[in-house]
Design a protein around this ligand. Sequence first.
Ligand code: FAQ
Length: 311
Amino acid sequence: MEDEALLKKFQEKIDSGIKIEPKDWMPEAYRKQLIRMISQHAHSEIVGMLPEGNWVTRAPSLKRKAVLLAKIQDEAGHGLYLYSAAETLGIDRTEMLQQLLSGKAKYSSIFNYPSLTWADMGAIGWLVDGAAIMNQTMLAKGSYGPYSRAMVRICKEESFHNRQGYEIMHTLANGTPEQRAMAQDALNRWWWSAIMMLGPSDSQSPNSEQLMKWKIKLESNDQIRQRFIDRTVPQAEFLGLQIPDKDLKFNEKTGHYEHGEINWKEFFDVIAGNGPCNKKRMIDRINADKNGAWVRAAANAYAAKKAMATA
Ligand code: FAQ
């Protein structure tokens, strides 16, 4: 009975737009869903550094290199905000990282595709950050205080990432025929995976209903996907590039673009670990963890020594 009364009060709070804070009562399932989502999101940020890291040493100019480095460092920062937000729910970041490194935890499907040319740095910023922003501006209005506040800050930085990607695409699309071909090739390879990273279609999304009731998510995967497509197609047109979807058409009545069939088999294969780069991404993260062990040990030793000195 007590639980039912608490649940009712909890739902009323959410329905009236009051944020849930770490020390507030919350159903165990709400806490677990948030840990699942926030930790997957944090892992995505740090695994997401890898495809771009591939081009740091081969950026076409010092300026491009500096901007790319800044973007990659931002992603590490996003990981930190998100691990911290998850920790407010009673899980330790060491445990979350262990779940990632053991292959138990998920991270975004999109980062299991290779970054083959410099134009991919443009396509990732334009399409991947573009899709991420579309989702995250919605998550920034979500019911859990620490996650929604982290999202506000992350979205500001993602906007810069999105612009830098579009600017790279714009430069290439207005460059030599070879550069233009590189831009088109990158769009061809990243379009469908960017569409898919927004999650399975609503009919195949087991978590959405409960997440929307709790206002962790305010819109469904398909709603966000539609908004992303509606916003991105005119941007491709402005670049003079072709979206690789022969069935894409604008519906005058609805005011939305209709798209071709999405290859959900590919999506589920990728999240099951069988994408082109899943194994490489895990090996790279495991090595990064091993190579960073001495830094963590030194930082902990320094903190312990400082604590003893002030005790
Ligand atoms: N990849 O029931 P739903 C970024 C899983 S950040 C892998 O619909 P939900 C920034 C899902 O976990 C990108 N798995 O799930 C950046 C569930 O499995 P589970 C990351 C996926 O939670 C840019 C199952 O499928 N953003 O890009 C994916 O309601 C450039 C059923 O799905 C976030 O994580 C996927 N794409 O909706 C960084 C945002 N989609 O856990 C570097 C926060 C679904 O039950 C460079 N997360 N699954 O075993 C979300 O908004 C949601 O979790 C969704 C999925 C929308 C991703």
